[in-house]
Structure formats: C-alpha cells, structure tokens
Design a protein around this ligand. Sequence first.
Ligand code: XMP
Length: 510
Amino acid sequence: MREAILILDFGGQYTQLIARRIRESGVYSEILPFNTSWETIDERDPGGIVLSGGPQSVFSDDAPHPDPRIYDSPRPILGICYGMQLLAQHFGGSVAPSGEREYGRAQIETLNSNPLFEALPRQLEVWMSHGDRIEELPDGFTGIANSDNALAAMAWPDRGFYGVQFHPEVAHTPKGKEILENFLFKICHCQGDWTMASFTQNAIAGITAQVGSSRVICGLSGGVDSTVTAILIHKTIGDRLTCIFVDNGLLRKDEFQGVLNTFRDALALNVVGVDASQGFLDLLAGVKDPEEKRKIIGREFIRVFESEAKKLGKTEFLAQGTLYPDVIESVSVKGPSAVIKSHHNVGGLPEKMSLRLVEPLRELFKDEVREVGRELGIPENLIERQPFPGPGLAVRIIGDITPARLEILREADWIVDQEIKGAGLYTKIWQSFAILLPIKSVGVMGDNRTYEYVIAIRAIHSRDGMTADWVPLPYEVLGQISNRIVNEVQGVNRVVYDISSKPPSTIEWE
Ligand code: XMP
C-alpha cells in the first residue's frame, strides 16, 4: 500500500494547498469529504490524517464533523484552524467565539519543545484566519504555542494529536513547510518517496492492468494534460493507442499543423488529424449567445469524434486528461456550484459512446502533470503551453463568429503570443491572449478616418483557473503589443487592456 496522508475537507479555502504542500514534501496526499466513513479511511491505511480549515463555527447546528472513530485511531491527526477546534471540542476543551477575530499575519511564540516545532525558532510568523478560539484545553492536550490573543497550537504527543490555529500551508507562514514536514516525518514517520518518477512507473503498471490487450483512443487538444495522458498510454500500449486531433476552425494561427507535426514527428504518436472546421463554422454562423456557442461546439465535437472512432474499429477505452482538481470538485463539501459556463472537454463522450475511461492523471495537480511530462521527455514548449479553452477562439470573439473576424483575432493573438514570449513572460503567466470586440470605433491613420474593431488584451495569473488576478504587464510590452496590432492587423484601430480579476469577471470573456 502506498504511503499517504488523508486530508478531510471541511470546506476550507486552502484545502487543496495542504495537499499540494504535502506532496511537494514527497508524500502522497489525498483529499476526502469530511464525512468519509472510518471504513474508507482505514482501508487506505493512511500514515496520518489532516483535518482542514473550514468556514463554519463548531457551534453552528450544521457544523460538519468527521466520523468520530478517527479520534480512537492510533493514527496521528493534525487539525488546522477549524480542524483544531474540532479536536478541542471532541476531547472536552472549551471553544468560544473570539471577541477579536484574528485575520492575517501574526507572531506566535512556541512554548516548549515538541516534534511539531522541532528545529524551528521560538518566534514564528504565521497566517491566521479564525473567529473562534480555544479557551480551555481538552484533557491530555498541552498548549505548544501562543499568539498575542489566543492559543496558537496544542498537542497530545502520546496520541499523535496536534492542532494549529494558523495555516501552515500558505506562503504567508514562512516556516509552514517545515512545520508540515515535522508532522509528516517526525510524527507520522513518512518515508517521502512520492516522486513523479515513481508516479510514472505506477501509472504505467496501472494502465497495463486496466487496459490489457484492448485498444484506446484519446482526444488531443494540444494542451499539456491530454498530451501527457497520450504519451503515458503510448508508452504503455504503443500503437494500440490512436489519438484524434480535431481542427474545429477555432484554433490559433498555424496551430493545427504545428501541433499535428509535433505529435507525429517529435512524439511518434499515432494521430488522426481531422479537418472539421467548415462544419463547425457553418453551425456557428449567426450564433451570438455564448452558451449556445459552447453547446454547438460540444455537440459537434462529439459527432466528429464518434464518426472518427467508428472508423477505427473495435475500441474499448477512452483516455482523458482529467486532473485532481476536477476530481476534488465533484467530492467537495461546498456543494454543486452554479453553472457559470458549460465547459466542454471530452467529458461528454463516454456515456454516449459506451467506452470505458482511462484517466491516469486523475491524482495529479497541473504542476505535477508538467513534471510527469518532463519525466516522459515531452518537449518543453508543449509542457509549458498556456491553457487554451476547448471552444477555442469562439469564446474570444464576442458575438458573431465570421471567417473575417477569426482572421483578425488570429493575427492579433499571434502578436500577443510573440511579444509575451519575447519579453520572457510566457511561462510566468497562466494565460495571455487577445479578444475581439464586436464594436467599431473611430481612429485616424495617415490622413484618413478609420472605423474599425477593438482588440482587448487579457493576461492573468492563476493557480488553477478558479480565481485569477490580472497581470500588471510592463507598459513597454503593452505598448509594443498595441503598436504592432494596429499597424499589422488590418481591421483594428484600437487596443485596450482588461484589468479585471476573477471573480467578479471570468478569465474568458464568454
Ligand atoms: P473561465 O472563463 O471560466 O475560465 O474563468 C477558467 C479556465 O478554463 C478555461 N476554459 C475552458 N477550458 N473548455 C476548456 O477546456 C472550456 O469550455 C473552457 N472555458 C474556459 C479558461 O481558458 C481558463 O483557463
């Protein structure tokens, strides 16, 4: 059984970060819903359990609680924030709403030597975010750190139970990594042998066991997730994998041929390239509504994919580049979030096609996928590609999609891409791209009045696409992009920069 730390998710905003930090320290970690049964937890034989933070107060009627049997187990537990209050409440301590809500940076002083703070300075800077506080320690526990106005950490070392009121997983707790590592290695006695090389080996064994001698198809998007999925499977079953790469007429400049060449020549994949662009563009003609566009593209994609798959003969499996955040989202305690946009990827396919799924990356975060890609020898330019939405340029042309507008956007987007890369920013930014606005504005070129389209530029930093901050691009880069677009792209006389974050905006404009 693989060594693992389980994180029970009480809905805290940093739960994913806890998992990432633990994995960065070489220990596999998995997030499970807070109410996971003890049987399921025990079956996974975890080296330790983390109770995450959460937005609730332990006093509220609907406060989430774990299966109480975890408290009887010999496995170490680290409660973070809400998790610490759960520990305190369960073992009979008293938790009270704090008059002074602590939020933000705080100094704590560790009180006595104990494994959680081993080899760390006595004064530590930490990130707090809590309303309730522990007034009376539960039996068995001792205080191991204080902040100015609250108990900051407690421990029952004989049982391996620890609670911290602050968030060791965030960057604002500079020694957080060391604190978590003390929990992993000094308290849970983990080995720390989770690496991407070991992941790759296990994934290959897993694919072999799942697929046997069957055939697999994989829809490629040109993005890193589907590429790594395809290479991993190809490494395992060779030419029994067929990849399908569809030109929907909504790709970036030179993308179809470029990506196809790389897949075939550099990666030696068995790829069927399908030019279905006309069909997509015909269906989209005159459609302005963003959701309608997405649905049309999703449906047509399935149709094309299905018809290509039929030509291949008997195929039993469909490979998908599903990542861990997608998996977590479906088990999260936050409940179903409103459909903001109907994202489409090949996810709509299986039901319709009665293919079984192979999803070798479903345990990984994006940065881990990139590392696996490197492990597999995938060229850096493919690994570092910024995400590109399935519906492509269709959601970056506001309103009607016409061949002329596509041409304008492709050229403008190409310039953004070149300039961002030229400035050495491409890999530092989550996404940078152009959007065509369907409005015209007046300009002057030479001695003539012009009346042309507006191009918007968007560049954002993000960790996972769920939230995003706009990037303060250097003025020179913005100036150069603007200059080149109005000079080189016919049909544009104005460039604007999008300075909205997500929320309240979204990353794509449609
Ligand atoms: P939004 O616009 O929802 O985008 O803030 C979040 C991230 O998802 C990408 N995106 C998509 N990816 N199919 C995809 O595969 C889609 O339909 C889709 N729509 C948006 C977007 O580029 C950003 O990275």
